[in-house]
Design a protein around this ligand. Sequence first.
Ligand code: COI
Length: 355
Amino acid sequence: MGKVPRNRPGSQYDEDQLGFGDIFTEHMLQMVYSEEDGGWQTPEITPLQNLVLHPATMVLHYGQQVFEGLKAFAGPDEDDILLFRPDMNIARFTKSCDRLCIPAPDQGLFMEQMSKLIRLERDWIPKQHGTSLYVRPTIIATDTHLGVRPSRKYLFYIILSPVGAYYPEGFEPVRIMVTDKYIRACRGGLGEAKTMANYAASLLAAEEAHCAGFTQVLWLNAVDKLSIEEVGTMNIFFKMNNEIVTPALEGTILPGVTRDSVIHFARELGHPVVERQVSIEEIVKAAENGALQEIFGSGTAAVISPVSHFRYKDHDHMVADGKTGPVARQLFDELTAMQTGRRSDPFGWVVNIGK
Ligand code: COI
């Protein structure tokens, strides 16, 4: 590998205007799996480069792919590089690989190589509040073959992208549209795996929601179209009657790292949290009789995203007077403070790979 460029490209973008997912750092990690060569080959950090793929590459036809999303944060000391619960992302990656018949890389090697790449690109970690270096580990099936079967070759790669807020609204509340026209996943399907098919399945509903002036879609259960699942890129929480409720993990929704963190955090802050089935009718009723106090989403990219309005069956409902509620605000502040090393970490979630 050539000389490492140390020129942090502050001149190429303004940290205030980062947005999400358009800027990439100079290097990537690549590791090839080949059944005939005995499995995983030696990982390599290379300059960021295009992938050259034969038109019959299996991922392009049958979608055998898994990815993750996590963030590296600048900490209070110049040397700090803080990762938030990377073990959970790596474990979920392995689980998703199992579901997609993909041989997962060794978890220790994953962590070691990812840390090495991030350390190399440390000058790209933005410093401003609300920014971070987004890490996107991905694995794709690279066999060239048109029959439907698991691939015998894979490419595991990691790319890095300095990011700001995921939604154009930033931490301002978003509007969500409940769909009973499309479904995202059903039990036994791919819903709890982090794989491209789930996002492809969400696009049409999301486009229709955007055209109607909404930021995201709230998905309902595929069977009864009543119980609530998740929002396009987030898990969802409701505060009703002073209790926080979130849909239980029953095999169709993504087991979010931020979701799990919110549950622990909220309890630590004294809020009761219940994981259970929650129906859209219950939420509509709570909105109508005043029991619904807040709705917010959680996700690595979205962090905590308050919801100001939701539409269900052509009726619009306003939440928390259309403003950010106090619990969403508190959780956002506490979570981002922990991720950036500005508050204590009683759970041992923050891993400093910088020193
Ligand atoms: C994340 O929160 O990291 C996600 O994966 C959401 C998304 C941008 C697909």
